[in-house]
Design a protein around this ligand. Structure first.
Ligand SMILES: Nc1ncnc2c1ncn2[C@@H]1O[C@H](COP(=O)(O)OP(=O)(O)OP(=O)(O)O)[C@@H](O)[C@H]1O
Ligand SMILES: [Mg+2]
Length: 456
């Protein structure tokens, strides 16, 4: 690291040079200025770690110089040197941001101590700023990675930012492939635990016994084949996050053990007696309706409430179509790069097909679709024929009216069109139409009363 660089400003030549000699000997780089104006020019040209400045000087006095410099270099520490007659001004300059002041004749040992303290504090401040800038950049990168163009995803992202700094357990729900793991990872990455582990357990992939030993570990000899002690995922995730994927699949025995860790924060390894203490936040995910599972006695209610401090529900992709094209664009960039292709985008009919398809496999299906389209494409644009056949096979309907009808009939046609798009879900349809659910129901009722039938 380069030596700290001090600027010494004093109109008295012998003081300036005496101080320079002393601080050079102490290992600092030193530059001298004979008045405030010269100092100002030097500060604007080079970078200094600290300024030692006489208060009373011709042209620009020290306290004025300080005020001028603080505007452009708010963190540059100033130590003021003052004669007995100007102590009051020196005190005032502390209020204006000077680090400290010393009366002349200067006690060099004390000045040297002040200088090194001020420089250390300055370095710390700069380091903290760098960390903050890095964190802000990191947060921005995470946000860019999680596509959230729709209002629903934006709300989810806000929730992620709110919950990330806390220790609250979170359950993420939603159909398969909606992005539950993406959201779990974002919560971890934005939390103060980001540099501690995030450990994942796929609960459905393991048998009951295996899951138990995977979560809590086992002692040597706990069961046949347990040749050595094995740490469980809870221990590995200590001080970090444990992501329990497909939590709806765990057996009643494991549910009881899990509840105990959540209540007491301690557990024993399988076959062991030693109590192990852990500090772990649990993020779980499921595509089941856990409340139904509770109602049917398949999932413990007490465990459900322990895990479900915050619930983040991710709607299926077909209910947030604004995300489809931005996601498709992100995947196109990713796979074009991976396959060394220069594909610029999609043709217009391709865009409509992607937008209108219902994506039963959600974001994962869209990702696979774009990956295969990139492989198939040998030009600059992805065309209809590059998309997997299933995207084309679903006829997508645009709203169109090819007969002359009354305004009220057209309204009804449009209401039916939107209802169909939202699988008959009246709340979603009403929201899309910009009316209340009650108004939608009234409009549907009026039409049926008029015609005796609903018109489709
Ligand atoms: N908002 C998003 N932005 C970018 N990529 C996303 C987003 N949501 C999902 N993905 C991508 O879609 C794929 C599926 O996401 P993820 O694995 O998180 O889904 P899931 O809900 O956990 O699925 P499953 O229920 O099958 O476990 C991943 O490749 C993921 O990177
Ligand atoms: Mg998943």
């Amino acid at each position: 690291m380069a030596n700290p660089h001090i600027l010494i400003v004093d109109d008295e030549k012998n003081i300036r040079e005496g101080l320079a000699k002393f601080f050079k000997f102490e290992g600092y780089d030193v530059t001298l200025a004979a008045d405030g104006q010269e100092a100002l020019d030097l500060i604007n040209k080079s970078s200094f770690s600290l300024v030692i400045c006489d208060l009373r000087m011709p042209k620009i006095p020290g306290d004025e110089l300080l005020l001028m410099v603080k505007k452009s270099h708010p963190f540059l520490p100033f130590i003021m040197l003052t004669g007995h007659g100007t102590v009051e001004n020196a005190v005032a300059s502390m209020k204006d941001g000077a680090y400290n002041f010393l009366t002349k004749p200067v006690n060099l040992e004390y000045l040297s101590l002040l200088v090194s303290q001020a420089i250390d504090r300055q370095r710390l401040q700069e380091e903290q700023e760098q960390v903050q800038t890095l964190l802000a950049k990191e947060k921005h990168a995470i946000k860019q990675h999680v596509v959230s163009a729709s209002a629903a995803m934006r709300r989810i992202y806000q929730l992620v930012e709110q919950v990330a700094p806390t220790k609250a357990n979170v359950i993420i729900t939603g159909e398969s492939g909606v992005g539950k793991e993406v959201i779990a990872t974002a919560i971890h990455a934005l939390s103060p635990r980001y540099n501690k582990p995030m450990v994942t357990v796929h609960c459905a992939a393991l048998s009951e016994n295996l899951l138990e030993s995977e979560l809590f570990g086992h002692e040597k000899g706990a069961f046949t084949g347990a040749h050595a002690m094995h740490k469980g995922r809870f221990e590995l995730a200590n001080n970090g996050d444990l992501f329990l994927d497909e939590i709806g699949e765990i057996s009643p025995t494991v549910q009881v053990k899990l509840l105990r860790v959540l209540q007491e924060r301690t557990f024993e390894r399988v076959g062991g007696e030693q109590r192990i203490e852990v500090d772990v936040r649990i993020i779980s995910a499921t595509n089941r309706n856990l409340l139904d599972e509770v109602a049917q006695d398949r999932f413990r209610e007490d465990l459900y409430y322990r895990l479900n401090v915050i619930n983040i529900h991710i709607p299926p992709l077909r209910e947030r179509r604004e995300d489809i094209l931005p996601l498709a664009g992100q995947f196109l960039r990713e796979f074009s790069g991976e396959n060394h292709k220069r594909i610029k985008g999609f043709t217009t009919d391709c865009v409509s097909m992607l937008h209108e398809f219902n994506w039963p496999g959600n974001v994962r299906q869209l990702r696979n679709c774009i990956e295969s389209a990139v492989v198939m494409c040998d030009g600059e644009l992805i065309k209809k024929e590059h998309l997997p056949i299933y995207v084309e096979s679903q006829p997508y309907r645009k709203f169109c009216i090819d007969e002359e009808i009354s305004l009220s009939r057209m309204e009804r046609h449009y209401i039916d069109f939107i209802l169909e798009r939202y699988d008959g879900n009246k709340s979603h349809a009403a929201k899309k139409l910009g009316i209340s659910r009650k108004t939608l129901q009234r409009k549907l009722q009026i039409e049926e009363d008029d015609d005796g039938t609903s018109c489709k």
